[in-house]
Design a protein around this ligand. Structure first.
Ligand code: ADP
Ligand code: MG
Length: 247
């Protein structure tokens, strides 16, 4: 099994704040890694440093064994890495299908073709496949702005999978989503992991969501890694219970 992502001693300082303070972890092919930790502990900054939205103050990021530290987001996208943001990034005036096509446009001819097993497959066909995958058929031609918040979060996640089939980083995909949509999102993410062999990292506040979705969990506190392990190991870790789960 290949190592898709390897992060070593990553650091990001904002003035005197050590937002990410020497974080090391890896993600293997086909894995779903969860990242949890209190608000402000550096989770989103970690994603921003990996994806090139921010330049790290130190440390290294490797994708499939190649150093990619400090590459711009577009360059990482071309290598098959994409993400969602904590806040929705859908275009409200465009339809669900148009949003998906747009998300895939920069990646035509890249890893997307390989994922879908058809080098010449059009983006529309790929968008339709994602629509079916995320059970959005009945909404495909609706404007994204008319969808419920939970449906928009599903679309947002689907867009990331259009663009980044090698590695997708999801920043709080379940944030603000109701229980029904939560179950649906979890089921879809599981299916995409199993059927498309997609590898992803999920930042999430909802503990049940993370613990039931992820194969491994990384717990952050104050910019550092407090613990990593299976959901069961993390739940039983006294330091984690003290710092986070006990609240
Ligand atoms: P999380 O996603 O875990 O809630 P963040 O990564 O958003 O945490 O924030 C980590 C710390 O870095 C916080 O103290 C936050 O205020 C600070 N921070 C995040 N982004 C910036 C920025 N662009 N400029 C200055 N400080 C920032
Ligand atoms: Mg965040």
């Amino acid at each position: 099994m290949g190592r898709v992502l390897e992060v070593t001693e990553l650091r990001k300082q904002f003035g005197g704040i050590h937002a990410v303070d020497g974080v090391s972890f890896h993600v293997d092919e086909g894995e779903i890694l969860g990242i949890i930790g209190p608000n402000g502990c550096g989770k989103s900054t970690l994603f921003n440093c990996i994806l090139g939205q921010l330049r790290p103050s130190g440390g290294e990021v490797k994708l499939d064994g190649r150093p990619v530290t400090g590459l711009y987001p577009a360059a990482l996208n071309r290598l098959g890495v994409s993400r969602t943001f904590q806040l929705l990034q859908v275009f409200p005036q465009l339809s669900v299908r148009e949003n998906l096509i747009l998300a895939g446009q920069e990646h035509q001819g890249s890893m997307v073709s390989r994922l879908f097993g058809a080098r010449d497959a059009g983006l529309t066909a790929q968008a339709n496949r994602m629509i079916a995958f995320f059970r959005l058929e009945h909404l495909a031609d609706e404007k994204a702005g008319g969808l419920s918040y939970g449906q928009q979060k599903l679309l947002d996640a689907a867009m990331a999978f259009m663009a980044g089939p090698r590695l997708v980083l999801l920043d709080e995909p379940a944030g603000g989503v109701n229980l029904t949509m939560l179950a649906s999102l979890k089921e879809r993410l599981r299916a995409i992991n199993a059927e498309l062999k997609a590898t992803f990292v999920v930042i999430e506040h909802n503990m049940d969501f993370v613990m039931s979705l992820c194969s491994r969990v990384l717990v952050m506190a104050e910019g550092r890694v407090l613990a990593t392990g299976t959901p069961a190991e993390v739940r039983a870790n006294p330091a984690v219970v003290d710092a986070y789960l006990g609240h």
